[in-house]
Each structure stands twice: as C-alpha cells, then as structure tokens.
Design a protein. Sequence first.
Length: 247
Amino acid sequence: MKTTGNTIFITGGTSGIGLGLARELRDLGNTVIVSGRRKDLLDRIAAEDGLGTVELDVAAPASIQAAYDTVTTRYPETNVLVTMAGIMRSEDLRDPGHLAAAEQTVAINLLGTIRAITAFTPFLLGRPDAAIVTVSSGLAFTPLAATPTYSATKAAVHSYTESLRFQLAGTGVQVIELVPPAVRTALLEGREPDPQWMPLQEFLTESVQLLTDQPDAREILVERVGFLRYAEREGRFQQTFAALNSH
C-alpha cells in the first residue's frame, strides 16, 4: 500500500487508534474520512483535525449502505477502506446475561467488518492503488479470557482477511491486516488503560513506519504484538495464555 496520495475511508475513526491513525495518514498527504455514530463528535473532528466525516453505525446494514453512498459520491477518489470500528466488553460466561454483550460485539466487530467490506469491494475493484485494511488484534491469536467474544471476533476477522486476500489476488486490491497489541486507549469499557500497555503514539509511529517500509505487507505487526501473534507457532501457547490471563 502506498502511504501518500490516497483517499482513505475509516470506519470507526473518532477515537483511539482509529483517530490517531487518521491523523497520521492525513499528515502523510492523504485525504482521510472518518466515521462514527455521534454527529457532534464528527463535527468537532472535522473542525479541529480537518478530516472528512460521515455518520455511520456499523451494526446497522442500512447505515453502512448510506455511508457507502455518501463516501463514493462525495469522495469518488476513495481507494482505501480501513475497517477500524469495534467494541471490547468483559463477559462472565457463567452469567446468561453476557449474551447481549456478545451479540453486540459480533454485530459490530465481525458483521460490521464483513458488511463494510462487502459494500465497498466492488467500488474498490475499479480504483487504482486500492487497498482494504482490516483490524484484528493480538488477542485473535492468544485470547483474553475476560473478553471472550471480542477475542473470538478478532480471530474471525483474521480468518476472513486471509480468505479475502486469496479471493482478491490478482484484482489489484491489496488486503492488509493491522494487528495491534494492547494499546493505551479506552477500548475496554469500564477499565482505565494499563500503564503496561503500548503507548498509543508509539504504536501509531511504528505501524505507519512499517506501512511505509513494507508496501507489500500482508500484516502490520509491531514488535510488541509478536508475543501473542507467534505464541502457537513457537510452541508456547499455553504458557502465553496463562501469563496473559493471570492478572
């Protein structure tokens, strides 16, 4: 993926990694459009950051279609889709009440990703230098037991991305998977960021540098995510799983 001269649409880019990445890509010389459900927040981002904004609820198929229509009409040069939208909830699997959180997590993290890709792929097939960037997690490879559905949806996003890349091979649409470790954002509802998590700016800087240095990359893996990403491959899954879930 080239890192300048693109028109990039990011689902869920109003906070955390999404907004940070939008700013970094803007500063590289790209036109960047972010989306979210809160119009007041979008208006503030447009005014303060000079980013394009589109209202979008990725859990609602009609909203995805409306956002697609808006983006491709207002920004016909769009050539990159980044599926950043996601939520992370703790769940007690002994309590049947966890199901509502699980269903919402699947609707946003997995179905939202699939529906956004489905909407934009035909359009991107006709664009030069096109790319789709999915966002999984180190927890796709070594799950956090306290957030079981989040970890499961990210494992599904990884698998879906592999199949998407295979099916789009030779079409000119590059498929890249961004795999964050634990980053100091407010993603995990009800919990303050842990000081041991990777600082957001450090993650953004390393990720953008990897994108720049590896234009043909399949996965963007900062050094700190290797502990989780390669646990099974390196024969240390059980030890890594135990260490991750001992806190």
